[in-house]
Ligand binder design. Sequence first.
Ligand code: 6PG
Length: 266
Amino acid sequence: MNKVSVVKSHRDLHRAGKRTVFVFPGYEEISRYLAREWQGIATMSIEERGRFAAALSGGNTPTHFYAALPGLTSAALWNNTHLFMVDERFVPRDDKASNYRMMRETLLDNVPIPESNVHAVITERVTLTGAAENYEQDIRAFFNPLPGEFPCFDFILLGIGEDGHTASLFPGTPALLEEQRTAVPVLSGEARHDRITLTLPVLNNARNVCFLVIGGHKADIVNRIVSDRDPSLPASLVNPEKGTLSFILDREAGLHISCVSKEART
Ligand code: 6PG
């Protein structure tokens, strides 16, 4: 059963512990809430560790939220923010399928974040395996984890596909079973591009993990993940050991779940 918490601020959310499910009337309310959470977690992270390290997902869902973040105008916040990719398609960074291109257009070109604070997956003039290895080196050089430890992101934003995948961790694929690596290559199946993805141990080592899901076409899969915790679905396996886990849903995506922590009306 999800913990039922009345959450007023990111600090409450931090204390609220494990798992919180929010259903909002629509995406406008979600973007306002998430931008406040972003600012709160970033401020707390910078106060405590001198930086805010976030990993962002691609796809279509987060674009409206990313476009709202330029509303946060503090140069001090962006100077100390480092943005990484949860996953990336193995295409040139100016390709229309590139997650980096989407983030560049919705967010990166519209905030005063130093270029050196943007950690893209370099997908040009490199093999798929080489791209994953280079990205893993970039991440580990930034976090400098002890041997056997995983990088600890302050915030990770995830989506959910209609097959229950998250990041580029698809049902029944080898990447889902990875227990050592930080980032791995994913060979495409069906119509998907080859990809590079963060691994499950990294997602589960984060301080704050947030699933953002919009639309009635995701209601069934969301219910299987949030209510049933169906272990056959990769998104069900995201459960941060020490961090918070929140599901941010619009009414349509949350239609079938019975364990809403808070009908948010912000
Ligand atoms: C990607 C994403 C992926 C996404 C889900 C949901 O590269 O596509 O990282 O994991 O979050 O597929 O995608 P939509 O938001 O487009 O439904």
